[in-house]
Design a protein around this ligand. Structure first.
Ligand code: CTP
Length: 402
């Protein structure tokens, strides 16, 4: 069935790119219903947008037709995705606070579909703690951000805040709608993410600093490339990525069982920070015995990555992570051999670095080379890693045919 989106154009100079975005979407046979905010209307011609999209543009929630037909509800019910491009700092702030005082913000509050947000604003507005806080909250609420680029802005200043180009926005939309070219269509992927919690008693547990951001980003990027993804996630504060089957687990043993169930798979990425040890948990809360701290004997947990790497249903490509506080590249290379996986993504976690952050700096270690990658966002890193996986699987398939 033909797919369609609701496009919200808000008050940023980047709104002048909206006609081009609509043109490209229509060329791909994606239906576009447009809402323009009062600010957005200062930059675009409603007539032009109506002509390009083939639908009436919605601007006023209280217009007689709009009100009678409850369009602020119907937009998300009758289209497959909501895209805000450009998203001004003001509209982002309204979204975060659930303000619903016009057609765009009311539609966003009534939204029951996935939400893509392409911010566009002056650099200082973008890096302002208020905007960064709001964007972080939007992501927590389940929105996906199409990161703005760096460049010369309309105000003459140079920096971050330029709306992503229409081509990049269309690519994201196609990935979410599943209408684009999907390099991993037909491929099954298993991803582990987040920490594990090992109970000590009903109150306490052994945990680690993993946030799950990197593993979840990899699951999302694999799904965007068309893979059928099972994400086995330890306890995290992150929303489930859209289009991914998520199995929530707590302990290493539960993670192993969920992974076992997800096999066979073509790709496995073990990004979870699995607890290496557990104790036999006490059914009762352990009480303080004056002056005598309890002693625990630790039992080693199963190694999930090694288990998958040596499995009779071993995936074609098994990728592990190595969190190291020494020479990450050297220790990662040793870990690759020792675990029997194909690639290791090594990072330096000295002083708790990387854990919980939005950026990551890694060294990719394969049997052939050691590649240090520059620092980048965990989302970008996930996309680049998936590109590598696609190239690897293609090469393997063509070698197999030769
Ligand atoms: N891993 C796993 N199961 C475990 C421990 C680790 O699957 N019980 C996986 C992690 O998901 C990661 C890789 O093994 O992909 C390396 O994890 P890391 O914590 O860096 O190493 P460990 O194997 O725990 O070894 P050490 O702590 O001694 O460095």
């Amino acid at each position: 069935m033909a797919k369609s989106i609701t496009l919200i154009v808000s008050g940023s100079i980047a709104a002048i790119k909206a006609p081009e975005l609509i043109r490209q979407l229509r060329a791909k046979k994606i239906g576009v219903h447009v809402i323009v905010t009062a600010g957005g209307a200062k930059f675009v011609s409603l007539k032009e947008i109506e002509k390009l999209s083939g639908h009436k543009v919605s601007t006023d929630i209280f217009a007689p037709d709009e009100m009678r037909d409850m369009w602020h509800i119907r937009f998300s019910r009758e289209t497959d995705l909501i895209v805000v491009a450009p998203a001004s700092a003001d509209l982002i702030a309204k979204m975060v606070h659930g303000i619903a005082d016009d057609m765009a913000s009311a539609t966003l509050l009534a939204n029951n579909k996935k939400l893509l947000v392409a911010p566009a604003m002056n650099t200082q507005m973008w890096i302002h703690p208020a905007t960064q806080r709001n964007v972080a909250q939007l992501v927590k609420d389940g929105a996906e951000i199409i990161e703005p680029g760096v460049g010369m802005l309309a105000c003459g200043e140079v920096g971050a805040g330029r709306m992503a180009e229409p081509e990049a926005i269309v690519k994201k939309i196609e990935a979410v709608l599943g209408t684009g070219y999907l390099a991993l269509k037909g491929i099954k992927a298993l991803v582990t993410s987040g920490p594990t919690h090992e109970a000590i008693d009903p109150v306490r547990y052994i945990a680690n600093r993993s946030s799950g951001k990197q593993g979840h980003a990899i699951a999302r990027a694999l799904a965007a490339a068309g893979a059928k993804v099972t994400l086995v996630s330890g306890p995290t504060a992150l929303p489930d990525p859209a289009g991914v089957s998520v199995k929530h687990v707590t302990t290493a043993a539960e993670m192993l069982a969920a992974c076992e169930k997800a096999l066979p798979a073509d790709i496995a990425v073990c990004a979870a920070a699995v607890g290496d040890w557990r104790v036999t948990p006490s059914a009762q809360k352990i009480k303080k015995a004056k002056g005598k701290a309890p002693e625990f004997s630790l039992v080693e947990n199963p190694d999930i990555l090694r288990h998958i790497s040596t499995h009779k249903k071993r995936p074609k490509l098994v990728i592990g992570f190595a969190a190291e506080t020494g020479n990450a590249a050297k220790l990662g290379a040793e870990k690759r051999k020792e675990k029997g996986c194909d690639w290791i993504v090594a990072n330096d976690v000295s002083d708790g670095k990387i854990f919980g952050e939005d950026n990551n700096k890694i060294t990719l270690i394969t049997s052939k080379k050691t590649e240090p990658w520059p620092r980048m966002s965990k989302e970008k890193l996930a996309e680049k890693l998936v590109e590598k996986m696609i190239a690897h699987l293609r090469k393997k398939a063509s070698d197999g045919r030769a």
